[in-house]
Design a protein around this ligand. Sequence first.
Ligand code: KE4
Length: 427
Amino acid sequence: MNKSKELFQKAKKVIPGGVNSPVRAFGSVGRDPLFISSAKGSRITDADGREYIDYVGSWGPMIVGHANDEVLVAVQKAADRGTSFGAPTELEVQLADKIIEMVPSVEKVRLVNSGTEATMSAIRLARGVTGRDKIIKFEGCYHGHGDSFLIKAGSGALTLGEPNSPGVPSQLAGLTLIAGFNDAESVAELFEAYKNEIAAVIVEPIAGNMGVIPPQPGFLQNLRSLCDQYGTILILDEVMTGFRVHPGGAQSLYDVQPDLTTMGKVIGGGLPVGAYGGRAEIMDQVAPAGPVYQAGTLSGNPLAAAAGLKTLELISRDGFFDELNRISEKLFEGIRAIMQKLGFGLTLNYVNSMGCLFFTENEVTGFADALKSDTALFAKFFGYLLDEGVYIAPSQFEAMFVSSAHSEQDIDTTLDKMEKALRKAMG
Ligand code: KE4
């Protein structure tokens, strides 16, 4: 038995499902998960010493590559001064300053420990400042595991949401309304039906949790104008897209101004950091400045702040995004060329350094399209690609992430392996 298998057996005895986050269990690709022992740059190494070119990037944070030397030095320097004080530090002010400098819509920001905490807090803040209870989210968008987000669409388009996990009270689920991503009409219908009852609209500006689906032209701007019309808070969940698709996030790429932004992943540089921020008049309603309560023992932790600040400094360097987007285009356009050469009807969506290969020939502009993907075929492709030494997310409904550590050679090797895996999977 190999080391990963052995570790997985042990893990399942002491951790639910043997993992600390469900998608890591490889459940939808029919294999046991790899246990990773180390990583450097674009590569990860599993417990059996096998090396892979990595496009999971810890689900987005590793935009400058794994174990970046400058990030490690920053973390070590912080650690040498102590790991946590439960008191304010200069580092968290510097990280807040950097976020505000990079994201124009953010005038004040609160640091938390995960994207889930960020979105939960942003929703509570929106409900607190508007005095309203309902929210709108979009089918297929994921905002972490907060109760208000683990909701599936009710039977009718205008019916209230229902829990999609045990443990979520139906009364709470009923306060979440579900719209269709890229379906502006579905949003207008909900506003028409519920008018001034809606505290917030929360959306991934580029959907990254049903595979990657860019917003259709005008979709985000339409949400902005509906929120203005009804006095609703627009929350862009940029946990994945923030500091990824543009230094200022998707909101800068698509020129749309949210009231609140939730962030995570890149801003922790691989350590646990989430954040929510926006207009000062809204953020000043957060305790202790205002009445909306939110707290956290390790929020703004100096090691995490050091890793996040150094990462943001690195991606702010001249030419960083030009080069990252160039190497990403080489990968994704290379995949497209392979699909055309092999005559396979697949669909590739990408926005700069995040993308997804859907195993369906129809275009994918919304959740229903994404669900048409052949997940069994994806699982075969995933397995063949992994055996070739390329590690992508173990689910059709996730994203591939490219980092600045991915070299021309990495991309050439990846394209060669992808062609082999596609030929095997497609037969
Ligand atoms: P975390 O609580 O996992 O830090 O963030 C939740 C979250 C919020 N918003 C968006 C847009 C997100 O993508 C996420 C988390 N993303 C998943 C990957 N699709 C994390 C991977 C996992 O759950 O293990």
